[in-house]
Design a binder for this molecule. Structure first.
Ligand code: AMP
Ligand code: MG
Length: 341
């Protein structure tokens, strides 16, 4: 199979969108851009296409998929009922990078939700994603378009790195604006539970709904969101994450880089200021201290380090808070070692 690269303008009726829609209706897999990361799309009502998503990604079957919609109107026949909080959140954050987990109704193939009685849904806020969803007018499952465990794709080139020749097409629309996966919020409990931090922050959610929410901490032996138990977002290289003040981080990184010299190929990821400590080394800047910029660059930087043959990535941690929390969540999951200085 040759993977078609379909360039997109934001024109809703573009030829690329129509072609992608045709392929999806035929049961093919098509990757498409969203504001978070690129998704690997399939018709959510086609059990064969849904099965192929799991196969192609190497995704464990017990890790359910997010169903993507063009509007709230498409939710009604997927869920049992919509709690009041859903409408409050929808008014504020949809379309956008917020996924909500609701009680599902029957209808979709069981494989979509890995047999759970709940379903995760999102309305992406990207003109190409929305145009495609309108074109096909069926819900699309769209997990991140990467091999399971690898960093999520933030450019069409990343999708091709993992799936060239294995999927029908990718809609290319340049870099993803946010660069990290959506916030996942479980609305099936009396008090909502934040399952995965993302660009929509805990405080914004609490401000919108007027109550405090629970935050699920990662416990390897008891995952609340099935996906939480798997290794995620990791490049081939080992990631060593440094947390602490910038000055201490720089000192600790330098000494580790020295000790690895001549043994392992080292790369460094961090704020621009850090670069002067690592002249001559593979260094990729994650911007200044703004975690949104770092989030936007992170997965691309991981993949670049792999292409350069880097074996150990020394990565600077960022301060928590909104995007900082989402960024640190991904970094901690990618890290094989965490060093606090
Ligand atoms: P991905 O689309 O690859 O970014 O992963 C989707 C994430 O949403 C995974 O962590 C899933 O475990 C989670 N998810 C999907 N459906 C549900 C659900 N019904 N309940 C809880 N978590 C879910
Ligand atoms: Mg993923």
């Amino acid at each position: 199979m040759k993977t078609q690269v379909l360039r997109t303008s934001h024109d809703v009726r573009s030829r690329s969108i129509r072609r992608a829609g045709r392929l999806l209706r035929m049961g093919e897999l098509v990757a498409f851009p969203t504001e978070t990361v690129y998704g690997l799309g399939a018709n959510a009502f086609d059990p064969v296409a849904v099965r192929r998503i799991f196969e192609v990604k190497g995704r464990p079957r017990d890790n359910p998929l997010i169903v993507h919609l063009h509007s709230v109107a498409q939710i009604h026949n997927l869920v049992e009922s919509l709690p009041l909080l859903f409408w409050v959140l929808a008014a504020r954050f949809m379309p956008g990078p917020l996924t909500v987990v609701l009680r599902k109704s029957s209808g979709l193939p069981k494989s979509v939700t890995s047999g759970l009685n709940t379903i995760a849904v999102r309305i992406p806020d990207h003109p190409v994603a929305r145009a495609l969803l309108m074109e096909v007018n069926v819900p699309l499952v769209a997990p991140s378009a990467n091999l399971s465990g690898k960093p999520s794709p933030t450019r069409a080139e990343h999708v091709l790195e993992d799936f060239d020749g294995r999927i029908a097409a990718v809609l290319d629309s340049g870099r993803s604006r946010i660069g990290l996966e959506s916030t996942v919020l479980d609305l099936t409990k009396t008090t909502p539970v934040l399952l995965r931090p993302g660009a929509v922050g805990q405080e914004e959610i609490e401000e919108a709904i007027g109550i405090a929410i629970n935050v699920r901490k990662h416990r390897a032996n008891r995952p609340s969101s099935p996906g939480m138990k798997y290794k995620h977002y990791a490049p081939e290289a080992e990631v060593v994450l440094f947390e602490g003040t910038p000055a201490r981080i720089a000192r600790a990184m330098k000494s580790m880089a020295r000790s690895l010299k001549g043994q392992r190929r080292v790369g460094v990821l961090g704020q621009s200021k850090l670069a002067r400590n690592f002249q001559g080394a593979e260094f990729i800047s994650l911007g200044d201290s703004n975690p949104a910029v770092a989030a936007h660059r992170l997965f691309d930087a991981f993949r670049s380090m792999d292409r350069k043959g880097v074996e150990v990535i020394l990565c600077e941690g960022f301060a928590e808070g909104k995007m900082g929390t989402a960024l640190m969540n991904r970094l901690r999951k990618a890290a094989t070692r965490r060093i606090r200085v």
